[in-house]
Ligand binder design. Structure first.
Ligand code: PEP
Ligand code: MG
Length: 588
């Protein structure tokens, strides 16, 4: 028998495979330091690191090609060439020779190469800017001895925590599942797992010690179980679970192409959350009716300078064009600062970053231009793609925050118009409701904005005063807590007063039980990871408006999240639930 360990369900799915262990740090400080600037060997250390990076990327290309994914292999091959590009290396070496530290010289050289590419009018070439910066980051990691020994075969990742930057390094298809000793259900690794449709469990106490010598693992993301070194009987049992899950996923997938609706035909728009334009095909395949949350942080993080306007225009235009004018894409202004350290913003470290200077608050702290540039880029991208832009600001706490958004929007349009580019007439402008104060003044906010999008991840964190990344507080992080639901009820009531729509884009929207409660409370749109859309479409197709009204009434009166979840599960699990609902027009 293997070693079973219980965790908390993070993302549904079942996987059995080799264990890949990840632990942060661990390299002695002395080993990490490359030769300092000006010392003999500094320039050749840069060259050796670049060669090593090229070798890694070529190997990665070969593995991905063997898996039958020539397109991805092509990306890694091109990156391997970038790593030894003479211009990049000459720039880095001459900076080192002028006295710059090797790591910062490589970073600066890669940023400069990226900026040159980003400024090119050809969108495809401009999109390579991120690739060259990624190559720079890889060389820097090698120089600093911070390399990650990535899995060489498809594996189950076992870690205390898996930072998104590391997860992003793992080639597609090589991550079968994620099991974390720490983490919470809103941890970014879990969001990523949901996005990939792979299982994730979190809060599995004792996991990393127990897995120190394990070679294989079986994970069930729905039950939160992991078995280390499972015996053949356990492997068979997990295989049976995987088959059952695949069957219910097939049934739900059969409803794709239908717009979201209840069994009695009440429409609920089902939208996708995306993190970059590359996520568009997956979202469209999943039947997304648009994008309810385009997280734009990917453009701003892991780099030494702010992204240029042209690079942003290319990224937003790519997303707008992928979805076209009939499927709106809601771009969220960068939710950066706070816990997401951005070196080029030079913000002081804060004792409570989740309560600090971040997102829209940056405008009043020296980064107004950063947000204006982003808004200009959105105006221009929408003009280029021929769509009406939808934009929302995160972390809005006051009416003044919302007014500031409208002011920046108009100022950005006036600036963008001066470029002579074609621009759309208007921008559909909304705010995220993820701070309790915004929920409590929803009626006033609704008079000045066009829509609300409720971020249940942060709304729960701030309502319950429980850090969303702290696994010790997992019991306080369920957004189905009646305290959070009562705020959502107030948001819907406030929005109704001004006839504006309410979406939910936090993780609760992608949870079938959560989706039923939210629609019961009167939410109009649900935006979730593409991998969750089948499940919530099927859940809604099996219930009537009256049943949801009844569920919402009972949920609001409940005393805790567990009770609400059990009520919703009763509806979901009742025997013979009709998945089909009445005939409805197809979306296509
Ligand atoms: C949220 O807070 O619910 C949300 C959608 O935003 P993020 O998870 O990016 O903070
Ligand atoms: Mg948020």
């Amino acid at each position: 028998m293997g070693t079973p360990i219980a965790g908390t369900p993070g993302a549904a799915g079942v996987a059995v495979g080799p264990v890949w262990r990840y632990s942060a740090g661990g390299t002695a400080e002395a080993e990490r330091k490359p030769p300092a600037a000006g010392q003999p060997g500094a320039a050749s250390a840069v060259q050796a690191a670049a060669l090593k990076a090229a070798g890694q990327l070529e190997a990665l290309a070969g593995r991905v090609r063997d898996l039958g994914r020539p397109d991805e292999a092509g990306i890694f091959e091109a990156q391997a060439m970038m790593a030894t590009d003479p211009e990049l290396l000459d720039e880095a070496v001459s900076r080192v020779e002028a006295g710059e530290e090797p790591a910062s010289a490589v970073r600066a050289a890669a940023d400069a190469a990226g900026a040159t590419l980003a400024a090119l009018p050809d969108e495809l070439l401009a999109a390579r800017a991120a690739d060259v910066r990624d190559v720079g980051a890889r060389i820097v990691r090698i120089l600093l001895g911070e390399e990650i020994d990535l899995p060489g075969v498809p594996s189950v990742a076992v870690a205390d925590d898996l930072p998104p930057s590391v997860a992003a390094e793992i080639p597609p298809g090589f991550l079968l599942g994620v099991a974390l000793e720490g983490g919470s259900i809103t941890a970014h690794a879990v969001i990523l797992a949901r996005g990939l449709g792979i299982p994730a469990i979190v809060g599995a106490k004792g996991l990393t010690a127990a897995a120190a010598s394990a070679t294989t693992a079986a994970v069930d993301g729905a039950s939160g179980e992991i078995v280390l070194d499972p015996d053949p009987g356990e492997v068979a049992e997990f295989a049976a679970r995987a088959a059952k899950l695949a069957e219910s996923r097939r049934a739900a997938a059969a409803l794709r192409g239908r717009p979201g609706a209840t069994a009695d035909g009440e429409r609920v728009a089902l939208l996708a959350n995306i993190g970059s334009p590359e996520d568009a095909p997956r979202a469209l395949d999943a039947g997304a009716e648009g994008v309810g949350l385009f997280r734009t942080e990917f453009l701003f993080m892991k780099r030494g300078t702010a992204p240029a306007e042209a690079e942003q225009v290319a990224a937003y235009a790519a997303a707008f064009s992928a979805f076209g004018p009939e499927r709106p894409v809601v771009v969220r202004l960068a939710d950066i600062g706070g816990d997401k350290a951005i070196p080029y913003l030079d913000l002081p470290a804060e004792a409570n970053p989740f309560l600090g200077v971040r997102a829209i608050r940056l405008a009043a702290h020296g980064s107004r231009e950063l947000l204006l540039t982003q808004l200009r880029a959105i105006w221009r991208a929408a003009g280029r793609a021929g769509v009406t832009p939808h934009v929302m600001a995160p972390m809005v706490a006051t009416l003044d925050d919302a007014r500031l958004l409208l002011e920046l929007r108009d100022e950005a349009r006036a600036d963008a118009a001066a470029t002579g580019d074609p621009l759309p007439d208007g921008m559909v402008t909304g705010v995220m409701v993820e701070i309790p104060s915004a929920a409590l003044i929803a009626a006033e906010l609704a008079r000045i904005v066009d829509f609300f999008s409720i971020g249940t991840n942060d709304l729960t964190q701030y309502t319950m005063a429980a850090d969303r990344g702290n696994p010790a507080l997992g019991h306080l992080q369920d957004a189905l807590h009646p305290a959070v639901l009562r705020l959502i009820r107030d948001v819907v009531a406030g929005a109704d007063g001004s006839h504006i729509p309410v979406a939910v884009c936090g993780e609760l929207a992608g949870d079938p039980a959560g989706a039923l409660v939210l629609v019961g409370l009167g939410v109009d749109e649900l935006s979730a990871d593409a991998g969750s859309l089948d499940g919530i479409r099927a859940a809604l197709a099996a219930v009537t408006r009256a049943e949801l009204d009844d569920l919402a009434g009972r949920a609001l009166a409940a005393g805790d999240a567990e009770t609400v979840r059990a009520m919703a599960r009763q509806l979901l699990d009742r025997p013979g639930r009709a998945l089909d609902g009445p005939d409805r027009t197809s979306m296509e």
